[in-house]
Design a protein around this ligand. Structure first.
Ligand code: FAD
Length: 534
């Protein structure tokens, strides 16, 4: 493997001797015919900056991170991904990996990279007679959105743990952990992952599960071992780090006899100027402890004026995995009967299927959002935290914008898995909520908002234990500890084994700080990070 010598020197010296990756115009970069020939070998296509389709694909969902790759490989198959990896490897080109482009830290794109776009790899296959899981399994290529998968599994009367948003894809979502409206009933996405197919940094095709790792070499020979390190690392160690996962196989679950939603909203300050937010928050968090695992959902809070001139909103948007008649459904009556005179709406809604519930919310087409996050434990909900929340909701932002909190309810099945069984931060396993704050401008002007989010991130983090790397702040200093805690060292060892040259690298990903980083001739290591950042 090339570059190994450079890496060895790097370790011996203990310094970051940045390895430049090759850019168009440099003598190391392949001539035009070579690039064109490479594009012609693909089942998909190679989009270059002069093509109209390039412009359509280059914008990331979270627009603040849009960057300009040298080309976009719109992969159609695992073989396309393998070819792209081998091409980038041969010419020392930086690779970025993208499924949906939703990443809140901009990890799925980079200036000067060859972007491998998996969004057109959308095949699925269902096996209802699986020996690994009684309700069956589904294998999905990485470019599938969750809505598409929900529709597929609904056709065979099954459900699956997936994201709440329609447009999020399998890839980064699952590799970072993956929470779901159904996580309290069935766990995180990584708890439901049975197997992956991945193209590694040498272009080999890996199939890995809990019991074995199979490597298919470029000469078609195959080896198998019972080592499951790479499968463990892919269950929470983050996207863009170990390889390009082309296929994910997940457990399916039998559907419940119905689905019930429950929504309940209160103002924070009533229109008679009484502040009730702290009483409402206290009530809601007191209900988390004994909440039946059939209930999952979201705490939402924001601080704008309402039409009746009350200020701020605290809402619970819940989903119950079971019919209206199930005894666990009535658990939410406690909130329904809590100061009905304060409520701005509070009711149940009956639905037939999880798909019906999931089809209702609509994703925003594009976002420009800066996030911060913490994994709240039961003892995190102190009076001090309540004060922090209510004060933060009133924060004056440097630009017209919107500050909100979303708390994804965890616990139940997410706490039934050991802290080292998967590679997510151990704090996930005792968390009852993944609490994110989002700062979203209402115009295109984001000046000062990223700095504001970075300034507020450390104080939010003091309340919980760890952070969800998929929904966290982009400017943390202690991201290794905050994203992976005591699982980080094992993740790093596995990174060294599978990708010692840091061929795959991204912002705040395992190993990204200590391995040679691409500088593109820009000099220092911190400057080099600008290919991923601003
Ligand atoms: C509107 C919205 C709703 C969301 N809802 C949820 C939710 O309900 N639950 C939840 O847990 N999270 C949610 N998220 C966060 C989500 O998990 C992250 O945005 C995640 O990064 C999305 O993964 P992706 O592959 O779709 O995005 P991308 O931006 O394409 O990828 C994210 C990261 O993974 C890498 N990557 C992508 N695919 C692969 C692959 N196949 N192999 C290797 N690396 C890969 C990329 O390089 C990048 O580092 C939401 C985000 C948004 C914007």
């Amino acid at each position: 493997m090339h570059n190994r010598f450079v890496v060895a020197v790097f370790y011996v010296l203990g310094t970051a001797s940045a390895v430049d990756r090759c850019l168009p115009g440099e003598s190391c970069f392949p001539d035009n015919p070579v690039v064109v020939n490479f594009g012609d070998t693909l089942e998909g296509e190679l989009l270059l900056p002069y093509m109209p389709e390039y412009a359509q694909n280059v914008i990331t969902r979270d627009m603040v991170w849009t960057k300009f790759p040298i080309g976009i490989v719109v992969a159609k198959s695992t073989l396309d991904v393998q070819k792209a990896v081998l091409f980038a490897r041969k010419y020392n080109v930086l690779v970025s990996i993208r499924s949906s482009g939703h990443d809140f830290l901009g990890r799925s794109t980079a200036h000067g990279s060859l972007q491998i776009l998996l969004g057109n790899m959308t095949e699925t296959s269902i096996n209802l007679t699986s020996s690994r899981n009684p309700a069956g399994e589904i294998t999905c290529e990485s470019g599938n959105t969750w809505l598409k998968v929900y529709e597929e599994v609904d056709k065979v009367n099954r459900v699956i743990v997936g994201g709440s948003a329609h447009t999020v894809c399998m890839g980064g979502y699952t590799l970072g952990g993956g929470h779901s409206p159904m996580s309290r009933t069935f766990g995180l996405a990584v708890d439901n992952l049975l197997e992956v197919e991945m193209v590694d940094a040498e272009g080999r095709i890996i199939v890995a599960n809990e019991h074995m790792t199979q490597i298919k070499y470029l000469n078609d020979s195959i080896t198998k071992s019972d080592n499951n390190d790479i499968f463990w690392a892919l269950r929470g160690g983050g996207g863009g780090t170990y390889g390009i996962v082309t296929k994910f196989t997940f457990k399916l679950h039998y559907p419940a006899s119905g689905v019930v939603t429950f929504g309940c909203s209160y103002p924070i300050v009533r229109n008679d100027k009484t502040e009730i937010g702290h009483i409402v928050l206290k009530k809601i968090v007191s209900m988390l402890k004994n909440m039946p695992t059939e209930w999952g959902g979201y705490l939402i809070a924001f601080g704008t004026f309402n039409s009746d001139l009350s200020w701020g909103t605290i809402s619970l948007a819940m989903n119950h995995y079971g019919s209206y008649d199930a005894p666990t459904r009535s658990y939410m009556d406690e909130l329904k009967n809590f100061h009905p005179e304060w409520q701005r709406g509070c009711d149940y809604q009956r639905m037939n299927t999880f798909l019906e519930y999931e089809s209702t919310p609509k994703d925003p087409p594009y976002l420009s959002t800066f996030l911060l996050n913490t994994l709240m434990q039961m003892d995190s909900f102190t009076d001090d935290w309540i004060r922090y929340m209510l004060t933060a909701l009133g924060t004056k932002l440097p630009q017209p914008g919107f500050l909100s909190f979303t708390g994804i309810l965890l616990g139940g099945k997410t706490s039934a898995v050991g802290i080292h069984n998967t590679s997510v931060h151990p704090g996930f396993r005792s968390a009852v909520m993944s609490l994110s704050m989002g700062i979203t401008p209402i115009t295109q002007n984001t000046t000062g908002l990223r700095e504001k989010a970075a300034e507020m991130a450390p104080s939010l983090a003091t309340y919980g234990n760890g952070q969800y790397p998929n929904e966290a702040n982009a400017d943390l200093n202690n991201w290794k500890e905050e994203f992976w805690g005591s699982n980080y060292n094992r993740l790093l060892r596995i990174k060294h084994y599978w990708d010692p040259d840091n061929f795959f690298t991204c912002r705040e990903c395992v190993g990204s700080d200590e391995m040679p980083v691409p500088s593109h001739g820009q000099g220092s290591k911190s400057e080099a990070h600008s290919v991923f950042g601003k």
